[in-house]
Design a protein around this ligand. Sequence first.
Ligand code: NI
Length: 158
Amino acid sequence: MAIRNLRYEGDEILKKVSREVEQIDEKIQILIDDMIETMHKYNGVGLAAVQVGVLKRVVVIDLYDDKGPIVLINPKILKTKGEQEVEEGCLSFPNQFAKIVRPLEVEVEYTDRNGKRKKTKAKELLAQAICHEVDHLNGEVFVDKIIPGTMEYIEPEK
Ligand code: NI
């Protein structure tokens, strides 16, 4: 496993649409492992492949609970329900946090790393994370949809 270089604000790749994964081969497995390691290194709750410069529809999420890292390949949000106003940040936008309105619940279909197509429901923080990461796959970043005037710049504590 290896830490991959993150792509940051201003990098044009963040605006590109990622391609579907057609075959979950060794290369994809290595990408997934590297993405999990990279997310953990930077204490992120989610990471999309585009953020490490790979335009493939692969997402990893870890809420640091008993569910462990979640891997979503070719995720598709089927339904959303309700709204929540939440604080959000992104590893590609270090130290920037803003308020944003996200669905309270989502139903998502995805392929797991073993190639099995699954359907699941998520709410609150997990729903927020899934929406944020699926946005990345579509070339969208959270700063473009925040509630105006809520951006804060917070330096990490040393
Ligand atoms: Ni992000």
